[in-house]
Design a protein around this ligand. Structure first.
Ligand code: ADP
Length: 481
């Protein structure tokens, strides 16, 4: 499915805007819808708590001080009455509520009675400044909701001491206006800040990604000099590093491939020239149809098919995703199967290929038969190709720590130490000057590496210049039960 793609910049922008919208909406809803009820609850709580604390301290000598302090702290009006409804002490904190001192006795009596009848506490909301009495500025009174709480506490004389706490629970207009102004300022600043941050963030994120994408396009054209620049952002920096690594690897493969094409065309041209040259000579000069000349044609044809086979092996193994079929396999039988393939060399060119089994008569491992034969064949082939004047190749089988190790050793000129890490690379050839006897595709060891890696085998080479090379690989033994 190919939907419309949104750029990173706009996505960040949209996310920020959404969060901003939600936060501001919440703030505004709180301000306009819930402010009154929050305020009301807080004020009621303060009145209740002040009433309770006064009731708890009625017997204190410093009751007057406590009442004044609580009235001040909670912004409420407090009045304490004895059983005759006379005021013991009072504190008026709220400017608007001077009337509190003028509440008629009948109302005080009413509060005291109700508190006593309701388990000691009575409370009530009402509009205006006084219960049922909107005296004074009637217009303003109507807008004010008040809360009154009375607590009756039994005294020593069999009557009640009554604590009356009064609080207005309507937010003052100036408070609302101030809050609104603050909210507008906060909204404007937040919008600006969020938009700026989103802009900077999205630019900071998308710029390096865009740059990398531009550089990747250059890489795609085959320019391996392009440099993917590091970034201060970890993920983008890792991406740049991966792309740099990919670039280096692609560059290497490209160089090797170019070398391969140069090598293969050279390698193909030489035997083809020889084959057609010898064939022409034999056609034109009847006396030249000799066994030797025919052998040259056969050798060169074999060389050609080896080359083509190597290339095919690599592509086939890759196409199969490097899969192997594991089965119990006897390494001794495998080695013994490989050796006769060199009978011709042994007989005609006096090569010696000897096998020394220092392990068991049957060396069982879990491996893919065809692939392991291929490994052995490639390694023995190389040893035969590169061995020294004595034309000898030694194959040995050892066993240690529950694993079999096959060594294929030659007495050739060996490999320089600094070249050793590269010989397993695809298309790598130490000798780029193509000595006739040492023509190869540069693929043999890379096939060996791929197969042994797929088996999880350990392998390597010990080589010293002038002394020869020892290629080895090691596979865990299957213990026969
Ligand atoms: P090639 O087909 O060229 O032999 P390989 O991948 O089999 O390719 O080997 C890579 C290179 O490693 C060879 O070009 C050769 O220089 C070097 N090499 C491989 N085996 C030996 C060996 N037994 N002795 C010396 N050099 C070797």
């Amino acid at each position: 499915m190919k939907g419309k793609k949104i750029s990173l910049k706009w996505r960040i922008f949209a996310a920020f805007s959404a969060i901003l919208f939600i936060v501001l909406a919440l703030l505004w809803v709180c301000q306009t819808v819930f402010l009154n009820s929050f305020y009301k609850q807080v004020r009621v709580y303060h009145a209740q708590s002040a009433a309770q604390q006064v009731a708890d301290h009625l017997s204190d000598e410093e009751l007057g001080y406590t009442v004044a302090e609580l009235a001040n702290r909670h912004d409420v009006n407090i009045r304490v009455l004895n059983n005759q409804f006379s005021t013991i002490c009072e504190a008026f904190n709220h400017e608007r509520n001077a009337f509190f001192s003028n509440i008629p006795d009948s109302e005080l009596y009413f509060f005291s009675e109700e508190a006593e009848a309701n388990d000691g506490t009575y409370s009530e909301f009402f509009q205006g400044l006084s219960k049922g009495n909107s005296s004074g500025n009637g217009k303003q009174d109507k807008q004010i909701i008040s809360y009154i709480i009375a607590k009756a506490v039994a005294d020593n004389e069999g009557g009640n001491t009554t604590v009356i706490v009064y609080a207005d629970i309507t937010p003052v207009d100036s408070v609302i206006t101030t809050l609104r102004v603050i909210l507008i300022v906060v909204t404007v600043i937040t919008v600006l800040l969020v938009l700026l941050t989103a802009l900077l963030l999205s630019a900071g994120l998308s710029k390096p990604i865009k740059q990398l994408s531009e550089q990747a396009k250059i890489l795609a054209t085959g320019d391996y000099q392009v440099e993917f620049h590091a970034s201060s952002l970890k993920e983008i920096d890792e991406l740049a590093q991966s792309l740099n690594y990919a670039k280096t690897q692609l560059g290497k493969i490209d160089t090797l491939q170019k070398e391969l094409i140069a090598n293969i065309s050279h390698d193909l041209r030489t035997p083809l020239t020889l084959i057609s040259g010898y064939a022409e000579v034999m056609r034109d000069i009847p006396g030249e149809v000799t066994d030797e000349n025919l052998q040259v044609i056969i050798d060169e044809s074999n060389r050609l098919s080896d080359l083509v086979n190597d290339v095919l092996d690599v592509s086939r193994f890759n196409a199969e995703g490097g899969q192997i079929q594991l089965q119990p396999l006897d390494l001794v039988a495998c080695i013994e199967e490989i050796i006769p393939r060199y009978n011709k060399l042994v007989e005609n060119r006096h090569y010696t290929i000897c096998f020394e089994n220092n392990a068991d008569p049957t060396a069982l491992v879990s491996a893919d038969r065809t692939r392991i034969l291929q490994v052995l064949y490639n390694l023995v082939n190389n040893a035969v190709t590169y061995t020294g004047e004595d034309k000898t190749v030694h194959i040995t089988l050892e066993k240690s720590d529950g694993a079999y190790t096959v060594h294929i050793m030659d007495s050739g000129e060996g490999i320089e130490e600094d070249k050793l890490p590269y010989i397993w690379d695809r298309y790598y050839k130490v000798d780029k000057n193509h000595r006739r006897a040492q023509m190869g595709s540069g693929l043999g060891l890379s096939i060996v590496k791929q197969i042994l890696d797929a088996h999880g085998a350990t392998y390597g080479v010990n080589s010293a210049l002038g002394k020869g090379s020892d290629f080895w690989f090691c596979l865990p033994a299957i213990e026969e039960s």
